[in-house]
Design a protein around this ligand. Structure first.
Ligand code: IMP
Length: 190
């Protein structure tokens, strides 16, 4: 099986490649621009993105939409994570979290997959907390300020280790399970 991963983010593409190759699925990275709607649900962003890509004639592809949900900030930046990363960035988040004792946060990622015109979606979640300062140089986005184990940030662990515990890694494994049951149901039908 071969799937196209549509993203302009090389970090995401590398995580999908590692996670899916590991499970025997070949990945081709495509950087096709499409309109991302701004709504309050990650899944809605993904479904609309999939419709936009299908209207460009694309099939058998994956996209994801991810957000960082911070408890003390009432789930901000959430679905606005891309805008917030581009504007105030990690330093801005740390500033908003100054003197805040409750540092609980979670990453959520909704992955959408087009498989022969069918829509499959899954959501992966990773619970953790926001650190007091930026640490590490690996990964991308909010990785330097997010820790899943209270010891190291996602920017201080390898891509392979991040995939074992992260929202995206969990989402990838859920998707592969779904794809396998979809394919065996398809084989039974034919
Ligand atoms: P989007 O899914 O590309 O819209 O991502 C929203 C924002 O979250 C962007 O600023 C990404 O850089 C960031 N982001 C997405 N996935 C991750 C991740 O796994 N770690 C850290 N930041 C992420």
């Amino acid at each position: 099986m071969k799937l196209k991963i549509v993203t302009s983010n090389p970090g995401k593409a590398a995580e999908f490649r590692e996670g899916l190759n590991h499970l025997g699925i070949e990945v081709e990275h495509c950087s096709i621009a499409y309109d991302e709607v701004q709504t309050s649900e990650l899944e809605e962003v993904v479904i609309k993105g999939m419709e936009a890509l299908r209207s460009k004639g694309l099939s058998n592809f994956i996209i994801d939409d991810t957000g960082l949900f911070i408890d003390a900030l009432k789930d901000f930046p959430g679905v606005w994570s891309a805008y917030v990363q581009k504007t105030i960035g990690n330093k801005g988040i740390l500033k908003l979290m100054e003197n805040e004792e409750n540092r609980k946060a979670e990453f959520r990622t909704c992955i959408g997959c087009d498989m022969d015109g069918e829509t499959l979606t899954v959501t992966g979640v990773c619970k953790g907390s926001i650190t007091q300062s930026e640490q590490g140089t690996e990964g991308f986005g909010y990785d330097p300020i997010f820790t899943h184990d209270g010891k190291r940030t996602f920017a201080e662990i390898s891509l392979e280790e991040k995939n074992e515990v992260s929202h995206r890694g969990k989402g990838i494994r859920l998707l592969v399970e779904k794809l396998e049951s979809f394919r065996s149901a398809e084989t039974e039908r034919n």
